[in-house]
Design a protein around this ligand. Structure first.
Ligand SMILES: [Zn+2]
Length: 322
């Protein structure tokens, strides 16, 4: 019997055969779509090690801002303003340097998280810690990362600490815990949320950015680029993610949709049988001629319209303890 591992439903569940297309091995994996909560989940979790090769982290799309921006002092002053909205000088510097504002993570500004530059921040599934290095650049001082898949602990001169650690091995609590497109890789989502709950205090925030079952799944099915077989184990709907959070005594305070043109161009490539890592792929080759001029702008506009309607294929959830 086909059982949804999120809501236990057994009725009207469907199996979709999908292929590995990031590296283009085209190995086949079945995904189950729940007829009740809509979660799409891998039917059997395979040995995933071969699907995280050494170059996997180079697929990390975070921009290493620390390496590209030079004027550190300005960033610090602007950072104080960006995190709190306070400070005349910071406001002035931010006004003079729009790139500083653009590169500051919007999900930290879109919702009041009550954090300051001393807040204890954990990035779970942080890879080598590019985002934390970026936050350090803006003046955050208490930054920790954890990732079970890195080679070894990393201690940056900036003070950013990255531990090779599983969730259940982390013991201290944090003011803000963030998961940026890592939650969908966790084999036991409910247990993971319970473990995260353990690391939160009364006023702590949890920020989870994940792909979501939405318009792009309806349009592209198994060619949807964010299915990412077999690495993405669970693809939630907004409804099923809320249900899951509830099971872990967490409440969703806000949801912001943040999908972009990737849902279109990545999926269109898969329809054409072109892996993400293909030399012809837009991922490697920004000058690729795969798509007509202007197409990318149209897709970006379409993504923004989908986001406004709660139909984009990625969202940021803001959660607190019940
Ligand atoms: Zn279900």
């Amino acid at each position: 019997m086909l059982v949804c591992r999120i809501c236990k439903n057994t009725a009207n569940n469907r199996i979709h055969p999908a292929r590995e297309m990031m590296f283009g091995t085209r190995d086949k994996f079945n995904y189950l779509e729940c007829g009740e909560c809509g979660t799409v989940q891998i039917a059997d979790v395979p040995d995933l090690a071969p699907y995280y090769p050494a170059n996997y982290l180079s697929f990390d799309s975070n921009v290493p801002v620390a390496a590209t921006l030079r004027r550190r002092i300005g960033a610090r002053i602007a950072g104080r303003y960006l995190v709190s909205g306070k400070g005349v000088l910071g406001k002035f510097v931010a006004g003079k340097r729009p790139t500083l504002v653009e590169l500051y993570p919007s999900y930290l500004r879109n919702y009041p998280l009550g954090i300051d530059l001393d807040s204890r921040i954990l990035d779970l599934g942080c890879g080598v810690g590019n985002l934390l290095q970026t936050l350090h650049y803006y003046g955050f001082r208490n930054l920790t990362g954890a990732d079970a898949f890195i080679e070894e602990d990393i201690f940056y001169p900036s003070g950013v600490r990255i531990y090779k650690r599983r969730l259940d091995e982390i013991e201290t609590s944090f003011d803000l815990i963030m998961l940026h497109h890592s939650f969908e890789h966790f084999p036991d989502p409910i247990e993971s949320l319970r473990q995260i709950h353990r690391l939160m205090e009364k006023d702590s925030f949890l920020l989870i950015r994940i792909p979501l079952i939405n318009y792009a799944w309806e349009k592209y099915g198994v060619n949807w680029v964010q299915l990412d077989a077999p690495r993405h184990l669970f693809l939630f709907t907004e409804k099923s993610f809320r249900y899951l959070a509830d099971q872990a005594n967490l409440k969703v305070e806000n949801v912001t949709y943040d999908s972009n043109a990737f849902q279109f161009w990545g999926s269109e490539q898969y329809v054409r049988n072109i892996p993400l890592s293909d030399p012809e792929s837009l991922w490697n080759n920004p000058g690729s001629k795969l798509f007509a001029a202007g197409q990318m702008d149209e897709w970006q506009d379409e993504a923004e319209k989908l986001n406004a309607r709660g139909k984009g294929d990625m969202a940021c959830f803001y959660l607190r303890k019940v």
